[in-house]
Design a protein around this ligand. Structure first.
Ligand code: C2E
Ligand code: MG
Ligand code: MG
Length: 714
């Protein structure tokens, strides 16, 4: 009675396991199939002959039904995966198994009391040995496979160790029922533990063989018992082994899915990182781009605000880079920027700074430095690094024939109203000053410099509204013919007053206007005003207007001037534009084209302040100036024989090139006499006429009056 009941329960249990497994397997498989279909539909970029990656093998393994033998690499990974978890699971399983095994001593005492002392002794001995060996293995950090093998051997030994003394009992009926418990050992190796299929198979075969051997050597029962019981045990072996096989496949598939998910996750995060890198990197130089460096700047700023950690901001501009590009081509230009970027990156390493490309030929360095001296040292290092590279740049017009950089630096300092933007702004000012000082040099922001002061901020703001609010005006300084004494032209000079009426000297506001770009509108305003005030009604024959190279560089400048001439009806020949060799003195092709367009309009081009800049001589070569204005400093130095000789030489040089000569800054009778002696064409200066408003030049326009006579200002 008891045997069929036990067998039925066991079979029901196994069937339950199987159907549960089948449901899980089919859910997994449909998921796998869905993914496989998605993959098949996805475009194949890599070509079919490409070598399979591990991820591809996973995909193949998941798609193959029935599952083919796993790739060795994958199998090794599977073995390796979760070693610790497997070790712990087997160990805990073994503890439970040992406890249950020992508890069965009670059933031994109840069912086979005559041999119980042997079976119980066997149970305790085997349990102790198994436990000690297990703990030793765990402590030695043995592999999960080794621990599994030990446990499987322990289970087989436990079965044999219990069965052998039990069979000696005199109570044959009890033992004939009790023997069914042998199936529990088979279930343990196949289902309770998570052994690999091969290990479970071997262990359960051994258990089956032990059982069959025991059945054979168990004479008191009849053949039908042996047949029924033997069949039960074989079925139990087949079922549990099959379930074990299924479980193992299932575990492997779960591993594959998890592995694939991990691969995809890694790929996605790698892609994310690559994208982030890309979005923060300048594609040409590989340095951080403006976006990334702006973020760094914010971080430095936060550190400064919260913890008082000072930092330096250094702007670096490659000198005459546009000319370099024009001369050597854009590819060489790119190469030059890459070389400079690499050298700069290396040079700032000792200062733990970071570098980025801030604009076309502009780089920025941020470094955690505290003192002005440290900042100056780093800025100087940067500047000298590029100079020492000695990259050829033979087309520069300042006598230097290698690539150099101008460097402007600012650094954090305690001040009221500190703002992040101000840091860059101050570095920018310093850079501007470095360029103005002849380039290839370093300038540190100086808060006491008038160009750097808050006042210059106010002026910059004022310049934006200057024309609308009538804050700008023009005064005119006569230019006289030396022999006739007649006013042949006047020079328009801009004046600016503040809202409270205080006047701002041009030496202060013109550079600010150039730096901020306000000079463009002011320049158009000046040309238009000149036309309206003096030229439209023929009060003066020619008016010269100072034009900044920034204006000449602006696309469409000549066309806008033409439009002003058109709207005022003034002939181009009545205007002269004075160009000074200043900061933006790169005479590039745009400027030359613009000058040529202006000449086509009839406008004369004069070279102002000749002798003060770097490029005057080369400009003389490039441009056919109508008049060259010799800077007043040469005249003022002419009271010494050396100075006089110098002035004479300059006059000779200009005259030989066929330009008209105008000398500025005539302040005395002696100077005027000297001009006569040197047969100078025209003069300008306080002695021959101070700048005055337009009203002082208003004369009745008569057909023969082309020379306005100066009404001396009161
Ligand atoms: P600049 O073009 O060389 O103008 C001549 C400057 O010399 C004027 O100064 C004038 O007042 C001054 N000056 C004239 N005669 C004498 C003299 O005998 N002795 C001395 N010591 N100085 C004399 P100002 O008006 O202060 O202008 C300074 C500079 O500002 C100008 O130099 C010019 O470069 C610039 N500027 C003035 N107006 C404009 C403008 O409308 N546009 C541009 N881009 N620049 C302008
Ligand atoms: Mg001038
Ligand atoms: Mg001048």
């Amino acid at each position: 009675m008891y045997l069929p009941y036990c067998a039925e329960k066991c079979c029901l249990f196994l069937m339950g396991c199987l159907s549960g497994l089948r449901a899980r397997a089919s859910a997994t498989m449909s998921f796998v199939r869905r993914r496989a279909r998605a993959r098949e539909n996805a475009p194949q970029h890599n070509g079919s002959c490409m070598k399979h990656t591990l991820a591809d093998v996973v995909e193949i393994d998941l798609r193959t039904e029935p599952l083919r033998p796993a790739a060795a690499e994958l199998r090794a990974l599977y073995q390796q995966e979760g070693q610790d978890t497997r070790r712990q699971a087997t160990r805990q399983g073994m503890w439970i198994a040992i406890t249950v095994y020992l508890l069965f001593s009670i059933t031994d005492i109840l069912l086979v009391p005559d041999v119980a002392r042997y079976t119980v002794a066997a149970r305790f001995t085997i349990s102790l040995i198994a436990f000690v060996l297990l703990e030793m293995q765990v402590r030695r950090n043995a592999s999960a496979d080794a621990i599994d093998s030990l446990c499987a051997a322990g289970l087989v030994a436990a079965y044999a160790g219990w069965l052998y003394p039990s069979l000696m009992t005199a109570d044959t009926q009890s033992i004939s029922y009790y023997m069914v418990f042998g199936s529990i050992f088979m279930m343990s190796v196949n289902l309770f533990f998570s052994f690999q299929f091969r290990l479970s198979l071997v262990a359960s075969i051994v258990i089956l063989l032990i059982f069959l051997a025991a059945l054979q050597s168990f004479p008191p029962v009849d053949a039908s018992y042996k047949l029924a019981f033997g069949t039960f045990c074989i079925s139990c072996f087949v079922f549990t082994s099959y379930v074990n096989w299924k479980l193992n496949r299932e575990r492997y598939k779960v591993f594959l899915n998890a592995f694939e998910a991990k691969v995809q996750h890694n790929e996605a995060s790698e892609r994310g990182k690559a994208l982030l890198r890309l979005s923060n990197t300048d594609p040409l130089t590989g340095l951080e781009n403006r976006r990334a460096i702006d973020q760094r700047l914010r971080d430095h700023w936060d550190d400064w605000q919260k913890f008082g950690k000072g930092f330096a901001t250094i702007l670096i501009d490659v000198d005459f880079f546009k000319i370099y590009n024009d001369c050597y081509g854009h590819q060489e230009g790119d190469r030059c920027l890459i070389l400079v970027a690499n050298a700069l990156e290396e040079s700032i390493q000792p200062y733990k700074g970071s570098i980025g490309r801030y604009g076309g030929e502009e780089f920025i360095v941020l470094a955690p430095l505290d003192t002005r001296e440290q900042v100056a040292e780093l800025a100087e290092t940067v500047c000298r690094t590029v100079e020492n590279m000695a990259l050829l740049h033979q087309q520069r017009r300042d006598g230097v024939s290698i690539v150099t950089v101008s460097v402007g630096a600012s650094f954090t300092r305690n001040q009221t109203g500190a703002k992040l933007e101000k840091v860059i702004h101050e570095a920018d000012r310093a850079l501007y000053s470095a360029k103005a000082n002849g380039r290839n040099c370093v300038r540190l922001f100086d808060p006491n410099d008038p160009q750097s002061s808050d006042e210059s901020e106010n002026i910059a703001a004022l310049l934006k509204i200057a024309t609308d609010q009538n804050l700008v005006s023009l005064v005119y300084q006569p230019i006289r013919n030396v022999s006739s004494g007649r006013v042949e032209a006047v020079e328009a000079l801009m004046r600016l007053k503040m809202l409270d009426g205080t006047s701002v000297p041009p030496g202060l506001f013109i550079p600010i206007a150039e730096r901020t770009g306000a000079i463009l509108n002011l320049g158009y305003w000046a040309i238009r005003t000149v036309c309206h005030e003096l030229l439209m009604d023929n009060h003066v024959r020619v008016v010269s207007v100072n034009v900044s190279p920034i204006q000449l560089k602006t696309p469409g400048f000549a066309a806008s001037v033409a439009a002003i001439l058109g709207e005022t009806g003034v002939a181009g020949g009545r205007l002269a534009f004075e160009i000074t060799e200043g900061l933006e003195m790169e005479m590039n092709s745009h400027i030359l084209r613009c000058i040529s367009d202006l000449k086509t309009l009839g406008i004369r081009i004069w070279l102002d302040d000749f002798g003060t800049g770097f490029a005057g001589l080369s400009w003389l070569r490039l441009i056919d100036f109508d008049t060259v204005k010799i800077d007043r400093s040469f005249l003022h130095d002419s009271n010494t024989p050396r100075g006089k000789a110098m002035l004479q030489d300059i006059i000779g040089l200009v005259r030989n090139r066929g330009h008209k000569i105008l000398v500025e800054g005539v302040e005395t009778d002696e100077q005027l006499a000297l001009m006569r002696e040197f047969r100078i064409d025209q003069v300008q200066g306080f002695h021959v006429g101070r700048p005055a408003p337009a009203q002082n030049f208003l004369v009745d326009p008569t057909p023969d009056t082309h020379t306005a006579r100066l009404r001396r200002p009161a």
